[in-house]
Design a protein around this ligand. Structure first.
Ligand SMILES: [Zn+2]
Length: 141
């Protein structure tokens, strides 16, 4: 952690506090360029947008993927109030961002929340791999 990392991470925490004060969930993120310049900021708008994907980390990853070339994206750092969830981490990886710095781990966040039952996704498959491979075969050549 550099002094710039701490400054930018504290900015993300300010945004999270402002989000909560404005009635949103208390999570926020920003994306900074290689010299520490802030490119874009976002906060959680899941409730306001009625959109389960409106996490700030995913918003920034989507912005980077559409607005930055791959080399520029790789030179950015995301500063975020909490460790990205699995959904956001997947988006961040696909967007090609270079680094993520978070202030609160998932474990630490969980300790601040009321107990909740674990997610119970049933994932069955591969069920029809030969048929499913037909439209994909040759696509990546
Ligand atoms: Zn997320």
């Amino acid at each position: 952690m550099t002094p710039d990392d701490e400054r930018l991470l504290r900015r993300a925490l300010e945004l999270a506090a402002a989000a909560r004060a404005a009635g949103h969930a208390p999570f926020a993120s920003l994306l900074a360029g290689p010299d520490g310049e802030v490119l874009i900021e976002a906060h959680n708008t899941v409730a306001a947008d009625n959109d389960i994907s409106a996490h700030p980390e995913l918003k920034l990853a989507r912005w980077a993927a559409s607005e930055l070339d791959p080399a520029t994206a790789a030179g950015t750092t995301m500063y975020t109030s909490c460790q990205p969830c699995g959904m956001c981490q997947g988006g961040i990886e696909r967007s090609g961002l270079g680094r993520v710095v978070f202030a609160l781990s998932t474990e630490q966040l969980t300790a601040l929340k009321p107990p909740a039952p674990p997610l119970a996704l049933r994932l069955d498959g591969p069920a029809l791999p030969d048929e499913a491979g037909v439209p994909v075969a040759g696509y990546y050549l």
